[in-house]
Write a protein that binds this ligand. Structure first.
Ligand SMILES: [Zn+2]
Length: 301
């Protein structure tokens, strides 16, 4: 995704809060921290979350891989293994190539999203909400698993859209994806919009696409504004399962940092913003997240 970003995509040198200003970023070739360091990071993350009252959570593909949904950019990623698949998510190709649309509908039919269930990582973020600490949950995921797990939909911003709805690119009508997949199963390989338009009530026949943000599409301005406002007003940012390399979500971390809030990162791999974090816990998200959230008492005052 390469939309324009309202937040600065750069780190903020010399304004470190809560950590040594001169701390060097950990290089990719250095060994993973040992068990003692892991335990210390886990304790610190737990303490920081326990002391927080307004948490902005950012989630990426890493939180859903344990639910059987592959990461698109990781080593086992769909695009990494099949660069042609990226065309299915690029608007220019989708608009003008019927064959791209037919392949995209077949890929949607076969998507693991429809069978996926939330995992312990998703449930830990429901617990964070139950504790009264969740200010906003901004996700790059399109799988709907946060809401399925029980997070309040009004506290979830799906910054890259949702796979569970289909939108008409002509009239803007939205409908559940399942309804359109039924037409694909019945033999309509490139279904078009059936909404009546005009005085005669003829079908719109616009191109249908999942309500996700494709390459070449802008993000929703209102969603960006909510995320940015939360980054400036939260007291802790918890980034989970994202390498923080895709903007504008990645830019929320330096924004939060400049605003003086604490930053906790939980991810399987190093991220672009580890150097800005007060605690970095590297490990299995579905194991680490319940530990750092669940250890705290409910009811942040
Ligand atoms: Zn339409």
């Amino acid at each position: 995704m390469k939309p324009s970003s309202p937040t600065r995509p750069v780190d903020a040198p010399g304004t470190s809060v809560g950590s040594a200003p001169d701390a060097a970023p950990r290089g990719p070739s250095e060994p993973a921290p040992g068990a003692a360091a892991f335990g210390k990071a886990l304790d610190e993350a737990t303490r920081l979350i326990g002391a927080s009252r307004r948490v902005l959570v950012l989630t990426g593909a890493g939180i859903s891989t344990d639910s059987g949904i592959p990461d698109f950019r990781g080593p086992q990623g769909v695009w990494t293994k099949d660069p042609e698949a990226e065309k299915l998510s690029t608007l220019q190709h989708y608009l003008v190539e019927p064959d791209v649309r037919r392949r995209a509908w077949q890929a949607r039919l076969a998507s693991p999203t429809w069978q996926a269930q939330p995992n312990a990582g998703h449930r830990a973020l429901v617990e964070l909400q139950r504790q009264g600490r969740l200010q906003l949950l901004v996700t790059q995921n399109i799988d709907g698993l946060h809401q399925q797990a029980g997070n309040d939909p009004t506290l979830v911003v799906e910054i890259h859209g949702t796979a569970h709805e289909v939108v008409c690119l002509t009239c803007g009508h939205r409908q559940p994806t399942e309804r359109v997949l039924d037409r694909v199963r019945a033999g309509d390989s490139d279904p078009s919009c059936e909404e009546p338009v005009g005085p005669g009530g003829r079908a719109c026949e616009g191109i249908l696409k999942s309500a996700t943000i494709s390459f070449g599409q802008s993000l929703v301005a209102a969603d960006l504004a909510r995320a940015d406002a939360a980054a400036r007003s939260c007291d802790l940012l918890l980034a989970v399962g994202t390498t923080l390399s895709v903007h504008p979500v990645a830019g929320l971390v330096p924004t939060t940092h400049l605003a003086g809030a604490r930053i906790v990162i939980v991810n399987g791999e190093p991220t672009e913003h580890d150097v800005l974090a007060d605690a970095v816990v590297r490990g299995s998200i579905s194991e680490v997240l319940p530990a750092v959230v669940g250890a705290n008492p409910a009811g942040a005052a």
